[in-house]
Design a protein around this ligand. Structure first.
Ligand code: ATP
Length: 756
């Protein structure tokens, strides 16, 4: 949605009125604008310019959609004056949950309650009958008579007068009691009542007699209660619904849990500030004032024990300080907040991103809030075991970076470059599995860092800022499967590690970021100095506490950051230690990667945005690619001429590339020969038909490719009179088969001439 604005006169300024709207109204307008553009765009997605202010001159003659906003303030005015406890939908939602839970809880226990009521009533009836009988039979005289008899026996049966006298007295008192008005009335009442109930039952049946029995039940219950109190025995008929395992949160549950973990003393109370609110389908939030002497950090430190006391997993509970150190907000879920996969917002809205200021949306925390990754003046590290979601996280990051044209993405894949081919259209540099080229790329970045430093020196400044991005774009070098370069590149590994560490030491403030992604992180795969300089640390599931410590802060596992305890089946669950989310558990956003390429529309939007700004690969002066081209004669801008992560001669486009181009591209810089094995890898990277088939034996694969290569070369060299055959030479490891560069260059020239 575009708002036409008058072209500004000199010294005037364009003001974005959206910035002045209340957040709710702005969100509604943004949503409506996006829906409008989605409806009117052929692909059904909002374009990258949604939300961009344009001047009237820029949109002259265009048919712009109009989004109407209804002013809801008047309708809401009354609501504004009522307390939140009465009008808040979330509060009522929580209350409904409490009542519904209590009703279900008590209904399921009704048989227990009936049993306890009958027991209590029987106890009451028994005790009342016993005391009535004791009254009417004057049983208190029984003891006195027994004592008189013992006394008489002691005196040798000489005198029985006391016993006789007491018996006579008992008879007189008993007679008097049985003639008392109350006794007579009670007996008459009870017999009349029983007769009436029997008569009702006989005439109208038991159904009508039952309500007539209710007073008896009530009286018996009251008698039972009196008896229980007299005995001072605890007797509970109705259980507490709030104490149930899956009961919605109430203040009594919270207080009981805080007392159980000894954060509160027996007499202390944490008071609710405002009502408890339902915040998502499965979670609610309460704000509490703690008693004096108990602070929020103390409760936060005891989070895990509190979770246990509240019968939930630690990841289902979040405790934060609510401004004052004596106040906390407590957020609790009734089921795993990470159970559900969430699709990246970039899929729905592939719009311009602000990597510098706001960051890239990479995932959501337990509260469902979006976590943004800012790549400003930092070095970044991402590690974890294989198949734990590193690639997916990188997917969100590269898509986000692609949508900010101020960023130059340099992607060096240590393995599986095929996984990244889709990103090549927004990558200033992209290549796979080439330690030599990465070494050169690091040299180029070090030179660029020096150039930027000289600029700062001239300017008298210490670091580059956002306003310098037009002149010095944010250079982000992503090294995926970094272990292949830092550990498995033979003699080059040491050079690569040393250069990464050097860059990490001083380039962050120069808008140069190294983002190292590594499998099975440890001391060998993560260079020590790089780690100590990285302010962005992200761990997917790791294999051990040592691996967790290799990514997150030293002693991270002791601080509760236990990436090795993340369940393997919860793909994408991650611990991030980044600006704005220190040591926070999150789950990465999902962008479809198996059924279809869900990143494709985002990368297309990023490419279009970059083309509009003249910032697509190849469109701008790029000293780093220039350096690589000069050193190797090959370009990897936009993933090389084929866009497949294979550097090639810049003059050859993907459609024009031939097998000869691929063989020529397989020679490492400065080498005069290349083994057949390297040629096969190069061909497989270029086109899937050259890759090994599933379960194909190495020998069968070599035979198939040897034949196909021979045929393809014959075809390309047809009519030239030149043939190209592999040669054998001796190396330390034994005899090697491959091509000599002079032979390939001769064949290449011959083929070129005939094509002309
Ligand atoms: N946040 C997520 N939500 C849902 N599924 C995910 C998420 N992250 C990853 N997955 C799924 O988990 C699987 C493995 O993810 P991914 O390929 O990113 O792992 P990886 O760590 O990069 O593995 P490797 O190191 O072997 O390349 C994929 O099938 C992916 O679809």
């Amino acid at each position: 949605m575009t708002h036409p604005t008058e072209t500004p006169t000199r010294n005037s300024q364009v003001v974005n009125l959206l910035d002045r709207m209340p957040p709710a109204q702005r969100d509604a307008l943004e949503k409506a604008a996006r829906a409008q553009v989605q409806d009117s765009s052929p692909a059904g997605i909002a374009d990258a310019s949604t939300g961009t202010v344009k001047l009237s001159a820029e949109v002259d003659g265009q048919d712009l959609p109009v989004v109407e906003q209804i002013d809801e303030t008047t309708r809401r005015r009354l609501r504004l004056h009522l307390p939140a406890a009465l009008v808040s939908r979330e509060v009522w939602q929580h209350r409904r949950a409490v009542v519904t839970h209590a009703a279900g809880y008590h209904a399921s226990r009704s048989h227990l309650y009936a049993g306890r009521l009958i027991k209590l009533s029987a106890m009451g009836l028994r005790s009342e009958l016993a005391s009535a009988a004791s009254y009417l039979l004057v049983s208190e005289y029984g003891e006195m008579i027994a004592e008189a008899r013992v006394e008489a026996k002691r005196k040798g049966h000489a005198d029985h007068s006391d016993v006789a006298q007491l018996r006579a007295e008992r008879r007189t008192v008993g007679r008097a009691r049985r003639r008392e008005n109350l006794t007579v009335l009670s007996a008459t009442g009870v017999t009349s009542y029983v007769a009436a109930v029997v008569a009702i039952a006989e005439v109208w049946g038991m159904a009508l007699a039952t309500p007539a029995l209710l007073p008896v039940v009530g009286v018996m219950y009251a008698c039972g209660l009196r008896e229980v109190r007299r005995r001072s025995e605890p007797y509970v008929i109705f259980d507490q619904a709030a104490a149930d395992e899956d009961a919605p949160l109430t203040d009594s549950t919270i207080n009981a849990a805080l007392r159980k973990i000894k954060v509160l003393g027996e007499e202390e109370i944490a008071e609710l500030i405002g009502p408890i609110r339902a915040v998502t389908i499965n979670a609610c939030e309460a704000t509490l004032k703690l008693p004096s002497g108990v602070t929020a950090p103390r409760v936060i430190a005891a989070r895990e024990a509190l979770a246990e006391a509240l019968n939930v997993e630690p990841s289902w509970l979040d405790v934060r300080q609510a401004g004052h150190p004596n106040r906390i907000t407590l957020w609790i879920a009734t089921s795993d907040p990470f159970a559900e996969t969430r699709v990246s917002p970039l899929v729905e809205a592939p719009e311009r991103q602000d990597v510098w200021g706001r960051g890239i949306p990479i995932g959501f925390n337990r509260r469902g809030e979006t976590i943004y990754l800012k790549l400003k003046h930092v070095m970044a590290l991402l590690g974890g075991m294989s198949r734990t979601g590193k690639g997916m996280l990188l997917r969100s990051i590269i898509c986000g970076l692609g949508l900010d044209p101020r960023v130059n993405i340099r992607l060096a894949a240590g393995a599986k470059p095929g996984e990244h081919i889709g990103y090549s259209r927004v990558c200033a540099t992209f290549f796979g599995r080439r330690p030599g080229r990465l070494d050169l790329l690091l040299d180029a970045l070090l030179m660029e860092a020096n150039r930027r430093e000289e600029f700062l020196e001239d300017e008298g400044r210490a670091k580059l800022g956002e306003r310098d991005l037009a002149q010095f774009p944010l250079e982000i070098l992503i090294i995926d499967e970094g272990q292949e370069y830092t550990q498995n590149s033979g003699p080059l590994s040491a050079d690569i590690v040393a250069k990464i560490e050097r860059l990490a030491g001083f380039a962050a403030a120069l808008n140069i970021v190294v983002f190292l992604v590594t499998q099975d992180p440890d001391k060998n795969t993560v260079p020590r100095k790089f780690k100590s300089n990285s302010a962005v640390r992200i761990a997917t599931k790791t294999g051990s506490p040592t691996q967790t410590n290799a990514i997150l802060k030293e002693g991270a596992t002791g601080n509760g950051l236990r990436a090795h305890e993340i369940p393997f089946e919860r793909k994408g669950q991650t611990i991030v230690d980044i600006d704005g989310a220190e040591g926070e558990l999150m789950r990465s956003y999902f962008i479809e990667d198996e059924e279809h390429d869900g990143a494709e529309p985002i990368i297309t939007a990023g490419r279009e945005l970059r083309e509009q700004c003249g910032r697509a690969p190849g469109q701008f002066a790029d000293p780093i690619e220039d350096y690589l081209l000069l050193a190797t004669g090959l370009s990897s801008s936009g993933g090389g001429p084929g866009g497949r992560g294979k550097p090639g001669r810049p003059e050859v486009t993907a459609e024009e590339a031939t097998v000869l181009d691929v063989i020529l591209g397989a020679f490492p810089s400065g080498a005069d020969r290349v083994p057949l094995e390297a040629v096969r890898t190069e061909l497989a990277d270029w086109d899937q038909q050259w890759a090994p088939r599933p379960e194909e034996e190495a020998a069968a694969y070599a035979g198939r490719i040897g034949k196909a290569l021979g045929d393809a070369l014959d075809k390309e060299l047809e009519g030239t009179g030149v043939t190209l055959e592999p040669t054998r030479w001796r190396e330390d490891s034994g005899r090697v088969r491959g091509y000599l560069k002079s032979d390939v260059e001769e064949a290449y020239e011959a083929a070129r001439k005939i094509q002309k």
